[in-house]
Design a protein around this ligand. Structure first.
Ligand code: URA
Length: 244
């Protein structure tokens, strides 16, 4: 049970002050009856709440898979830049956030939710959740890099080294511009760009394809999103996410 004004505010119907006004004006019905007291308790799982005759359904947790386009930042709000949350038009909850960050120029799989426990499981360093990226780089990627990335790479400096954990590098195309698939288990700042920098190569394009058991839906164009299916939610929430 929760207060009617809180219910409406949490579902994104307006600020707490705005929804109180709507309620007092008689715009809100609970199970068909107009309620003018913002403090009235409602059962979020049983009651039918309408604002201006439009049902405001309850969602405790929401989960979206976004194919993040380049040019938007992985933040909940930003004064200057467009954020990944601006792209999720059908959200009900106001407390959504992106699970981890992709750089502004990186594309691909980004999970957006308000489920903090799930986010923690996916992000906590001890869990070693695999993250797989498609990478286009300037430079010839060869077995030498496959071997090196499979051990460890210093992405810091010689005075202040910062070592990566073993990563799996698969060369898809090797040339002046190479295409590779890289799986890492960490999320250090600009990690992949710095790994290639360490071998004097430059990342030209970066796209995340997979995070733990969650795969980017290939039918989503950059900028498009969809709700996770029940099966996907179960898969990421219930099981050990590192289990394949
Ligand atoms: N590594 C990077 O360098 N950037 C990203 O966005 C993700 C991983």
């Amino acid at each position: 049970m929760l207060r009617l004004d809180r219910y409406l505010a949490e579902m994104g119907a307006g600020s707490r002050q705005e929804v109180k006004k709507y309620i007092r004006k008689g715009k809100v019905k609970v199970n068909g009856d107009t309620v003018r007291n913002p403090e009235q308790k409602v059962d979020e799982f049983r009651d039918r709440i309408c604002l201006d005759e439009k049902e405001i359904a309850y969602a405790s947790f929401e989960y979206f898979m976004l194919n993040k386009p380049a040019g938007v930042v992985s933040a909940t709000q930003d004064r200057r830049e467009k954020t990944v949350l601006d792209l999720i038009q059908s959200k009900k909850r106001k407390d959504l956030f992106p699970v981890g960050r992709l750089d502004k120029d990186t594309e691909g799989l980004l999970l957006i939710t308000n489920d903090g426990m799930l986010a923690h499981r996916l992000l906590s360093p001890g869990k070693h959740v695999d993250k797989t990226y498609f990478v286009r780089v300037q430079g010839r990627v060869t077995e030498k890099e496959v071997e090196l990335f499979g051990k460890r790479v210093n992405i810091g400096t010689s005075e202040k080294p910062e070592w990566t954990m073993p990563a799996e590098l698969t060369v898809l195309e090797s040339g002046e511009i190479s295409e590779v698939r890289l799986t890492i288990q960490e999320g250090k700042y600009h990690q992949i760009k710095r790994m290639f920098q360490a071998v004097d190569m430059k990342v030209l394009y970066l796209k995340r394809e997979r995070m733990g058991l969650l795969k980017l839906d290939l039918s989503l164009e950059p900028g498009q999103y969809r709700a996770l299916t029940q099966e996907e939610i179960q898969r990421v929430a219930d099981k050990d996410v590192t289990e394949y």
